[in-house]
Design a protein around this ligand. Structure first.
Ligand SMILES: Cc1cc2nc3c(=O)[nH]c(=O)nc-3n(C[C@H](O)[C@H](O)[C@H](O)COP(=O)(O)O)c2cc1C
Length: 147
């Protein structure tokens, strides 16, 4: 029997004033650990807000939620979407894709950035809509990965 998979998305606010090199360090740390824990996902950063989706085996997800929540580089982690019975991974082999919103200007990128920004600007975003936009980001594939 295959392992049961879970997926969740959250938003949070930076405490550290994240610069590109801080993000790079965070991603290096995350990708290594995500590989060990069988986690995949995507991190979006629209300063000062993070939105991240993670998916993987139930035990790994429960552990990473606790780890990320305890991280003092950000605060107010708010889980906006959970799927306790994910059939197939939606973020493929991304050990942690990352995009800084607004970092590129091509029209098709900018449109999706703006839709995410509108979503984040309302305070607590709608989880279903957030999930849909995150999946759209994945569909655009590597063109989006900044770091
Ligand atoms: C916005 C944000 C996203 C993070 N995403 C991940 C992640 O996807 N995977 C991960 O292992 N750690 C992530 N972290 C780091 C964890 O909070 C924590 O520092 C790390 O898992 C601890 O690793 P350690 O076992 O090496 O101490 C993230 C931290 C922040 C602030």
């Amino acid at each position: 029997m295959s392992e049961r998979l879970k997926q969740f998305a959250y938003i949070s606010h930076e405490l550290l004033d994240f610069q590109e090199e801080d993000l790079r360090g965070l991603l290096m740390q995350s990708r290594k650990k995500n590989k060990d824990m069988g986690l995949t996902g995507l991190l979006l950063f629209d300063k000062p807000v993070f939105m991240q989706v993670l998916e993987g085996p139930v035990a790994s997800i429960d552990q990473i939620i606790a780890d990320i929540r305890a991280d003092e580089r950000h605060h107010s982690m708010d889980i906006i979407y959970t799927n306790d019975d994910l059939k197939d991974r939606e973020f493929g082999n991304w050990r942690m894709g990352c995009r800084i919103l607004g970092n590129r200007t091509r029209d098709d990128y900018a449109q999706l950035d703006n839709r995410i920004r509108r979503l984040l600007s309302v305070g607590r975003p709608n989880g279903q809509l957030a999930h849909q936009l995150l999946v759209e980001f994945h569909a655009m594939k590597d063109a989006f990965l900044d770091l």
